[in-house]
Design a protein around this ligand. Sequence first.
Ligand code: FES
Length: 147
Amino acid sequence: MNRRNFLVHFVRLFFAGLFAAVCSVIFYIFPSTGRPKSIRYFYLMEEDDLPRKGVRKIDFEYSGEDRTMASRVYLSASDSGLIAFSAVCTHLGCFINWDHNKKEFLCPCHGGRYNAKGRVTAGPPPAPLTELPLEIKDGKVYIGMKI
Ligand code: FES
């Protein structure tokens, strides 16, 4: 290999490495989300069992395309209406718990706190709890999940 061929190979390798590094940075900043998620509704409970006041935890299962998943939601009922929240903390994804005495959601992982409307009151969570849509049909309550 003469000097000219060595330089040509070196320049090609340099630009190939540079291209790979730029692609890695782009994929890191804008990760692929795969196919877009759509909201599907799953049976949650009978309408008569909905809480009229206070917060209730509900564990349920729902089926995706190829598997059954377990999930947990909270229903928060007040004079201003009923709200359904995902029980997943918006910081790093731990399950939150409702503290009946303090009247707030507490995250056991890093001390995140949310009020009964799901808004952050303390700690590191960057966003309020995720509200989930509810639909009532023929006396049955369905909850919308993005899958
Ligand atoms: S995961 Fe909830 S505060 Fe960090």
